[in-house]
Design a protein around this ligand. Structure first.
Ligand code: XMP
Length: 509
């Protein structure tokens, strides 16, 4: 295992993903937490940071003490911190360096093995190392930076210590992955044996140890995470896993039946609950997006709870929590404001008073998919676009009613099927239709119409944090618009959303 100490850089998760791609397990931990030197820990990487090492409030754990246990690689801030703590000098660069640079004067060293002169690296910093501590060696520079990479002197600590000013985790650093591999494999001696197959084996065993002969209850959503998590738990406890899938009346067309059927094929013991009426009744007339979210979240918990307590002696609650949900972030600006209360089922663990079983707690989304593939889960689950917990409830702007849900389900089904038919579904990150509370005049045959508008949304993204609107072909949009207006009663206008995130968000509410 490799430990990544996070100093608040926007790139920290990218470092972790790059290490995981080498089939080496790693974890991210805030730099303010003490390091636990477990036997399987092989090395430490220090991330970049929005702080300057010269800020009074900058986080400064003792790096030399860490290097007496394990090899250390400091990236950007990490490199500056090591240098400063050992008598070097860090100061503002004459100009802020952002973008591509090229390595020069590379000195033969295990960290830079097979990396050639001129290799492109990505810089993003305003400080740099002005003077290295005595005995430290520059192993590469760039045109504007005299210390692009350095190595600490041999007797600095018990293990090798390196600092690099550039960001190897960013794809623009052409040999960045090679450098990280040189560090974790050759310098630290980590083994590249963390694969979906070994993850499954270890995780199933861990769940067996945790749960024994106990029973686990779990809410499924039809999404990738809960499906993969449930499959892993079921491998460990078999029939002792009780899954519950709630129809909140806000799912896509035919989704309830299709997903239940898919679960059956996966061998998951799943009970489908039709709770549509309860949701429609409580949502009637409610227009505020946050109020809608709260109602949907609370009702979901109520329905799930009512079902779960019917099962005798359950002590465990399964959840599809993934790594980005649990990484503790290091923030310079204090807590951020709530834009949307996304954790619509976040209250479940507190209410259920059960021990949590969270097999995906340390996986990134793409790793969940890889594990799912290894488990033989159908592409219909693994390839699905993300779908918000409150479902169509937040895609019907304003008050939700059963007839509006049906209207939107039809439009959404036409749009989704067309994306699949035109090989576009897998090329966008997420797509969906939104029903606007706007009526406008149209003409059909000789008749005047006064009906609703549907907005189509499709975005490209990596993680949903930022997104660009997808440039879908005009001919495709023309066909979808035509089909929706002709086939869905109540809709006479279709528009396409060309806003990116930020400043817009993916969902409209
Ligand atoms: P936004 O709209 O914030 O969405 O750009 C980012 C991603 O999160 C999904 N989303 C939600 N997921 N509960 C969820 O489970 C919610 O309340 C919620 N709101 C948005 C959205 O679909 C997108 O994938």
């Amino acid at each position: 295992k490799i430990l990544i100490l996070d100093f608040g850089s926007q790139y920290t998760q990218l470092i972790a993903r790059s290490i995981r791609e080498l089939n080496i397990y790693c974890e991210i931990q805030p730099c303010t937490k003490p390091v636990q030197y477990e036997a399987n820990l092989k090395g430490i990487i220090l991330s970049g940071s929005p702080f300057s090492v010269n800020d009074a409030t900058a986080p400064k754990p003792d790096i030399k003490a860490m290097a007496d246990h394990l090899p250390v690689l400091g990236v950007c801030y990490g490199a500056q911190l090591i240098a400063q703590q050992s008598g070097g000098e860090v100061g503002k660069s004459t100009h802020r360096e952002y973008g591509r640079a090229h390595l020069q004067s590379i000195i033969s060293d295990p960290l830079l093995a097979t990396i050639n002169e001129g290799s492109q690296v990505w810089m993003s910093h305003s400080d740099s190392v002005k003077h290295l501590p005595e005995g430290f060696t520059v192993i590469a520079k760039t045109e504007s930076i005299p210390v692009a990479a350095y190595k600490a002197k041999a007797d600095y600590a018990k293990n090798a210590v390196y600092g690099i000013q550039f960001h190897p985790e960013v794809t623009h650093s052409t040999d960045g992955k090679q450098l990280l591999k040189n560090f974790v494999v050759d310098v630290c001696g980590a083994k590249q044996d963390w694969t979906p197959a070994t993850f499954i084996q270890e995780t199933v065993q861990r769940i067996k140890d945790q749960v024994g002969n106990g029973k686990v209850v779990m809410a499924l959503s039809g999404g990738v995470d809960s499906t993969v998590a449930a499959t892993l738990i079921s491998r460990a406890v078999g029939e002792n896993l009780y899954c519950i899938f709630v129809d909140n009346g806000l799912l896509r067309k035919n989704e309830f039946e299709q997903v239940l059927d898919g679960y059956k094929h996966l061998g998951l013991n799943t009970k489908g609950i039709d709770a549509r009426e309860r949701f429609y009744t409580e949502l009637a007339g409610v227009t505020d997006p946050e109020k809608k979210r709260k109602i949907i979240g609370r009702l979901f918990i109520d329905v799930f709870h009512d079902e779960a307590i019917k099962i005798q002696d359950v002590h465990f609650l399964g959840q599809g929590t993934i790594y980005p949900d649990v990484i503790e972030s290091v923030s310079v600006h204090g807590p951020s404001v709530t834009i949307k209360s996304h954790h619509n089922v976040g209250g479940l663990p507190e209410i259920m008073h059960m021990d949590l079983v969270e097999p995906l707690r340390f996986l990134f989304k793409d790793e969940v998919r890889r594990v799912g593939r290894e488990l033989g889960i159908d592409q219909m689950f693994l390839g699905r676009h993300p779908f918000p917990g409150p479902g169509l409830g937040i895609r019907i702007l304003g008050a939700v009613s059963e007839d509006k849900v049906q209207m939107l389900q039809e439009a959404d089904a036409i749009y989704t099927q067309a994306l699949r038919d035109h090989d576009l579904y897998d090329k966008v990150w997420q797509a969906g239709a939104i029903l606007l509370p706007v009526q406008s005049v149209g003409v059909m045959g000789d008749e005047r119409t006064y009906e609703f508008t549907v907005a189509l949304r499709a975005v490209t993204s990596v993680d949903g944090m930022t997104a660009d609107w997808a440039h879908l072909p005009h001919s495709f949009l023309a066909k979808v618009s035509n089909d929706i207006i002709n086939q869905v009663k109540g809709i006479n206008r279709v528009v396409y959303d060309i806003s990116s995130k930020p400043p817009a968000t993916i969902e409209w509410e």
